[in-house]
Ligand binder design. Structure first.
Ligand SMILES: Nc1nc2c(ncn2[C@@H]2O[C@H](COP(=O)(O)OP(=O)(O)OP(=O)(O)O)[C@@H](O)[C@H]2O)c(=O)[nH]1
Length: 321
């Protein structure tokens, strides 16, 4: 980085720099006159002029890359074009610039040292106003980016809570949400039913029709649940061929009725329609449990699992409570 001139001796004017937009105050020109103009070759990085003091760099010609290391997005580079400047915050809070500034092509910069910027702020209201405007613009841009990132984060969080095969909630979702639903039910003194469902002889289905059609059968079973439930109910893929339905605000009678309906619809569901093969059907066993006083999420799951075991023992394709 080589000093090639001072601002006063160059052909540049304050009209070339956004920070001085609309300012005709002669004191500004006088203060800037002695500021250095430096030239950077392509890829050259900025090195502080004097004892590491914070400076504002205004791009007069060329382009500067401001490379920031971001915890969530990794490394990203902002382009600073002619008229734009960088480093104002470092001067204001007196903390040296933490990012790397590098010329993206041969570039000329005006270097405004900290002391000079403070004098400009003291002497010319317009500079202070422009600086505030620039900083608020950057703050808004940073906030908008944060909000975008939050949305993206939420999108991926939601995605990680969905089972890829069936589109039902997955076990991670259940681990997260069931205890919340249980707490809400206890707090509101409201009933909560949970149905644990296991497809019958599914190993045999896979062996007979192949794993891919086994997947189709699982999707069909998930579709049966989704189609039969209210928007306030939840359907979850708990494990391989184990599914769960959670029914907030539903007592044992309601839970059993829903399980009976699901059992019936599962039996009638067509897994795939092929003119050359008989339609395979699936059946499932259902275990219903209602949240007991003081019971936690694990207790509720265990009760539904025990009921499911009874349905299997009693011959499958049925509901047990
Ligand atoms: N196609 C397919 N099969 C799966 C998937 N996850 C689990 N399975 C199969 O589900 C079968 C479960 O077998 P078992 O636990 O013996 O149960 P079952 O054959 O249904 O017998 P019962 O539950 O006693 O009626 C296994 O063959 C698993 O490979 C999946 O994502 N796709």
């Amino acid at each position: 980085m080589e000093q090639i001139s001072t601002f006063g001796a160059s052909a540049y004017t304050i009209g070339n720099i956004n920070l001085f937009d609309g300012i005709s105050d002669p004191v500004v020109a006088t203060l800037l006159d002695q500021c250095a103009i430096v030239r950077l070759l392509k890829d050259e990085t900025i090195s502080p002029l004097h004892n590491n003091e914070a400076c504002v760099y205004a791009v007069l010609r060329g382009a500067l890359g401001n490379t920031l290391i971001d915890e969530t997005q990794g490394i990203r580079t902002e382009k600073i074009l002619p008229g734009e400047s960088v480093g104002e915050l470092s001067v204001l809070d007196d903390i040296a610039h933490s990012s790397t500034l590098q010329a993206l092509q041969e570039t000329e910069l005006l270097v405004i040292e900290s002391g000079t910027l403070w004098r400009l702020i003291d002497e010319a209201d317009g500079v202070a106003r422009n600086l505030l405007r620039q900083l608020s613009f950057r703050l808004r841009a940073a906030n908008a980016q944060l909000r975008r990132r939050e949305k993206v984060g939420e999108f991926y969080r939601q995605l990680s809570m969905v089972d890829g095969l069936t589109n039902l909630h997955n076990r991670a979702w259940l681990n997260d949400k069931l205890s919340v639903l249980v707490e809400e039910a206890h707090a509101g003194k409201r009933p909560l039913s949970l149905i644990m469902i296991d497809l019958d002889h599914f190993k045999r289905f896979n062996d007979e029709y192949g794993h891919l059609l086994g997947d189709t059968a699982l999707r069909t079973a998930a579709g049966v649940l989704s189609a039969a439930l209210r928007p306030s109910d939840f359907a979850v893929r708990y494990g391989g061929e184990e599914l769960i339905v959670i029914l907030p605000d539903s007592n044992g009678a309601a839970g059993t009725m829903v399980a009976q309906r699901l059992c019936e619809r599962m039996r009638l569901a067509v897994v795939f329609a092929d003119m050359h093969t008989p339609l395979p059907h699936i059946t499932a066993s259902f275990g219903v449990a209602v949240l007991a006083p003081q019971q936690d999420a694990d207790g509720l799951l265990a009760a539904a699992d025990a009921a499911l075991y009874r349905a299997k023992q009693a011959g499958r394709n049925q509901v047990a409570v």
